[in-house]
Design a protein around this ligand. Structure first.
Ligand code: PLP
Length: 389
């Protein structure tokens, strides 16, 4: 006997990958079928249609057997040409990685500096776009929910900035940690390419990623000059018309997607978003109850899917380590500039009031155990929020 056996379920409370519902796991545990046969075609047609409401779109959605990084690359290579200028915002680690990718692909990136505590600044966007009278900027790249900071950018205001400047640039938005958790409307907000991944709000394992594509983006893809092959939308969209893919699709993940979309539809997207907002509010109440600070500074930009707790003097990694060792719960680490200065609580996906209470209970016990000075009754504020109607 080693005495190291854990009992009960591990708490996977990183901001993705998230806990996969048993229903989805069971749906995946079905035989893999012929991906060129009629049964697959029915599955393909069904999921390609059923996925659209989550994006808030009636336009095509391409599904890749890839992580979100692949869908980032697809969004850029399908719409842009070597040397094109793109406008991006330094909202955090993922915005930084995406613009680094753009640079590596041969694009010229204008990266608006940020403090990692705010979202993309609509005012800065409007000023830059209005000054670009020659329309050299071909795309604006925004990370809707910055997973490294728990800050949600106001995409409709970025759209409004483009419109106010009467600027034709494409709007490319990463919704990897917001889709299926935070209200999002590809068509209504005039987004040209929405990038998403399977492993967060969609409650699936990692392995699928998505591009929702506007008509304007589709037109741009016809002349876009960046090299692409696997990521090319055109052969995929052609095969998708009959429910197929031009390569071997991730069949069992598509079973999972069908099931997860059914769950989201059963709950109702408005209820899904309200549930996430409420759990985020309760989490912030606990953080403040403990006497700690939320990283996000602007209440209009609080994330519904995760909360980053700000420990400017460091020590966040020690807290996470204690919590993993003592309570078998994984929390998100600080990334990039925020290493050891934040830890992140994921409260998205397959998640309910008691998951939150367990999560916050583990965080509170871990903080105390790690020697962080906190009010040991902080969690009470979260319980009170949860008990409100
Ligand atoms: N963008 C955001 C906002 C993310 O949170 C992540 C991953 O967590 C990525 C992009 C990269 O996606 P992936 O790790 O699936 O390649």
């Amino acid at each position: 006997m080693s005495g190291t056996t854990t009992t009960g379920r591990h708490f996977l409370q990183i901001p993705g990958p998230t806990n996969v519902p048993d229903r989805v796991l069971r749906a995946m545990a079905a035989p893999t079928i012929d991906h060129r046969g009629p049964e697959f075609a029915a599955l393909g047609l069904e999921v390609l249609q059923a996925v659209k409401p989550v994006f808030g779109t009636a336009q095509p959605v391409v599904i890749y057997p890839a992580s979100g990084t692949g869908a980032w690359e697809a969004a850029l290579t399908n719409t842009l040409s070597p040397g094109d200028t793109v406008l991006a915002f330094e909202t955090g680690h993922f915005a930084t990685l995406w613009q680094e990718m753009a640079t590596r692909l041969g694009l010229r990136v204008e990266f608006v500096p940020g403090d990692w505590r705010h979202g993309a600044d609509p005012q800065a966007a409007q000023e830059r776009l209005a000054a670009d009278t020659a329309h050299e900027i071909k795309a604006v790249m925004v990370v809707h929910n910055e997973t490294s900071t728990g800050v949600t950018s106001r995409v409709p205001e970025i759209r409004a900035a483009l419109d106010a400047a009467d600027h034709p640039a494409l709007l490319l938005v990463d919704t990897i940690s917001s889709l299926g958790s935070i209200d999002y409307r590809h068509d209504e907000w005039g987004v040209d390419v929405t990038v998403a991944g399977s492993q967060k709000g969609l409650m699936l394992p990692p392995g699928l990623s998505f591009n929702a594509i506007s008509e304007k983006a589709l037109q741009a893809s016809k002349t876009a000059g960046l090299p692409r092959s696997f990521w090319d939308w055109q052969p995929i969209l052609a095969a998708n018309e009959r429910g197929f893919f031009p390569y071997t699709p991730a069949t069992n993940l598509l079973y999972a997607l069908r099931e997860a979309l059914q769950m989201l539809d059963d709950e109702g997207l408005a209820n899904v978003y309200a549930r996430h907002t409420r759990h985020a509010e309760a989490t912030r109440a606990a953080v403040r109850g403990w006497g700690l600070e939320v990283l996000a500074l602007d209440e209009r930009e609080y994330s519904g899917s995760l909360t980053a707790i700000w420990m400017p003097d460091g020590g966040a990694d020690a807290v996470r380590e204690v919590i993993l060792r003592e309570y078998d719960m994984s929390l998100g680490a600080g990334l990039g500039k925020l290493v050891d200065k934040v830890f992140r609580i994921g409260h998205l996906g397959h998640f309910n009031d008691l998951t939150l209470v367990g999560t916050l209970g583990g965080v509170q016990m871990g903080l105390v155990r790690a020697g962080v000075k906190v009010d040991p009754n902080g969690i009470q504020a979260a319980l009170e929020r949860l008990q409100q109607a």
